[in-house]
Design a protein around this ligand. Structure first.
Ligand code: PLP
Length: 480
């Protein structure tokens, strides 16, 4: 720990106060608190003057890194700028209670129904549920549809989900949680699904295939129609992990590619800040043959034009979330989609893809590019020849911190050795991209002439380089 980063407890001096409570001017009621529930000693709270308190918290807040204070190219996470107006619009609904009767909450229900319809249009699906609270939760709910579909047909031998090795890590985990066995297939040399391996993997036990597209390599799957055909011919269903929708909005639709069920991440693509563990939303879209299994309630429009929550659905997989889902996130997505419109969404995706290709192009030569073809919204690069100077991906990530950037996703995807996964998003200007690339090129130059300087990074943070192995094996979780 570097000096000048003292804890608030270390700054504490007995008797200092930021605020004094007024003298008690009513009879003390302490005697009414049962003996066993009374405090027996003073609480060990820090004591500070107001200015020291303000400085403490202000400085802490400035040590937080977010999209609002810097470039955040964390691959697979779509850390794009989210317009502030959508926060304000969502806050307008703060006083609506989720247990209001449907006839008192028609505005909210209509907003959700319209959001479902717009997502159907964007993705080419027949119906959406907004209930799942995150991408991985959507995967679980979507896979439960696949299970219910086979079970209702009496086809109980379909117990396996096929997952390519370029899938997001949540895919195999969700399949196991939904009660399936997982069969992993290797990628072909071009980064796509190996069709021969897929043909060999499908059979009468195949419940379905989960495909992350664009994959974690940032690549669009070229053989998507053939993949759909192979899986459907074997009697399986197709699950589309659409968390990377930011690359394809308004350009292609998973429904048109033959997929039966999918999820998207509203908190990545549709204007909700994320990364701090805040509320997310992973809506699930299905084709008509899976609609009977959707979680309750399903929003229906009755003949008077009223939106009513329908709980009477005997084949439903049940409830996956209390009430309707994370409504505030849904409001932000609704506002974002309505304000950009179809053309705006398409332009957003086009710029996201352009920005990633621009970065990849400018890094070519200085860094390794394992799959050197047009990428989608993110690119995967490696240190290339810098490893000959003893400089690895984690060193580059730490050197970026000193230069004012959040590092890209590192050592993921697992199938690329020393991977750095860079996702700039559409909201970054060309100047920002250039400054980031210049920092990367500078790191590459210093790595060759003075690798020790890269190994010393970061030098601008309260904690430099903890011993990562010791920190994992023998964590000290107390400060003193
Ligand atoms: C982020 C992501 C997920 C998981 O979403 P969470 O909301 O973090 O659960 C799944 N698949 C892909 C491709 C992702 O990028």
């Amino acid at each position: 720990m570097r000096s000048s980063y003292k804890l608030i407890f270390e700054r504490s001096r007995e008797g200092r106060r930021a605020y004094d409570m007024p003298e008690l001017d009513v009879p003390c009621a302490c005697g009414t608190i049962p003996e066993g529930m009374r405090a027996v000693s003073r609480l060990d709270l820090p004591e500070l003057g107001e200015v020291d308190l303000v400085r403490h918290y202000t400085n802490l807040s400035r040590r937080n890194f977010g999209v609002d204070n810097g470039f955040y190219p964390l691959g697979s996470c779509t850390m794009k700028y989210n317009p502030k107006i959508n926060e304000e619009l969502a806050a307008m609904f703060n006083s609506v209670h989720p247990r209001l009767d449907a006839d008192m909450a028609q505005g909210c229900l209509r907003l959700m129904k319209d959001t479902e319809d717009m997502l159907c249009e964007i993705c080419g699906m027949d119906a959406f549920t907004l209930q799942p609270a995150a991408g991985a939760h959507g995967e679980l709910a979507g896979l439960m549809h696949i299970r219910a579909y086979h079970e209702h047909r009496g086809d109980t031998a379909r117990t396996t989900i096929i997952v390519p090795d370029a899938a997001h890590g949540t895919n195999p985990a969700s399949a196991v949680m939904a009660g399936f066995k997982v069969k992993e297939i290797k990628s072909a040399p071009d980064g796509g699904v190996d069709l021969d391996a897929l043909r060999a993997a499908v059979g009468s036990d195949t419940a379905g295939l989960m495909l992350t597209n664009p994959s974690t390599l940032g690549l669009f799957e070229r053989n998507i129609k053939k993949i759909a055909e192979i899986v459907h011919n074997a009697g399986g269903l197709l699950y589309y992990d659409g968390a990377n929708l930011n690359a394809i909005m308004g350009i292609v639709r998973p429904g048109d590619m033959g997929f039966d069920v999918m999820h998207i991440n509203l908190h990545k693509t549709f204007s909700t800040p994320h990364g701090g563990g805040g509320p997310g939303s992973g809506p699930v879209g299905v084709k008509s043959h899976l609609m009977p299994f959707m979680p309750v309630p399903v929003l229906k429009e009755d003949e008077d034009g009223m939106i009513v929550p329908d709980y009477d659905r005997p084949e439903s997989i049940g409830k996956v979330k209390s009430l309707y889902g994370n409504f505030g996130v849904i409001v932000k997505a609704y506002c974002y989609i309505r304000s950009l419109g179809g053309r705006g969404l398409k332009e957003a995706s086009e710029n996201a893809v352009l920005n990633a290709n621009y970065i990849m192009h400018r890094l070519r030569g200085a860094y390794g590019i394992p799959h050197d073809r047009t990428c989608m919204h993110e690119c995967v690069v490696t240190p290339g020849e810098l490893v000959d100077y003893g400089v690895h991906t984690s060193d580059i990530a730490k050197a970026l911190i000193d230069r004012g950037y959040h590092p890209p996703t590192i050592y993921f995807p697992l199938i690329v050795h020393e991977a750095m996964m860079i996702e700039p998003t559409e909201t970054e200007s060309r100047e920002t991209l250039d400054e980031f690339v210049d920092a990367m090129l500078d790191i590459a130059k210093v790595a060759k002439t003075d690798p020790g300087a890269i190994h010393a990074a970061p030098v601008t943070t309260p904690v430099g380089r903890p011993d990562e192995v010791a920190a994992a094996r023998k964590p000290i979780v107390k400060y003193w």
